[in-house]
Design a protein. Structure first.
Length: 94
């Protein structure tokens, strides 16, 4: 909406000022890409909306979600939608 109003021009590059992190992360042997995706999405939204660039804990989701969010073992994979729901009930720590 703001872009079409001409306020920001025709496009916005959120990466140019660091609002969206495009760096690669190392998961090691843990199949936890889902947790990195969720943390990156929330961090980007916080940065754009609140100018808060604080990194959030990926490990919290991998270690703490568990059966309540249909993730028996965070390193065995997870569900992005369930992780988003988890963050509503359990805000990610920095």
């Amino acid at each position: 909406m703001l872009a079409s109003s001409g306020y920001y021009g025709n496009s916005i590059d959120w990466t140019s000022n660091g609002d969206v992190d495009t760096s690669a992360w190392d998961m090691g042997s843990c199949n936890s890409a889902w947790s990195f995706a969720v943390a990156a999405a929330i961090q980007s939204a916080n940065s754009i909306q609140r100018n808060n660039k604080t990194p959030l804990s990926v490990q919290q989701m991998v270690s703490c979600m568990g059966q309540d969010y249909f993730t028996p073992d965070g390193c065995a994979g997870g569900n992005i939608a369930a992780a988003m729901l988890y963050t509503l009930d359990n805000p990610l720590m920095a």
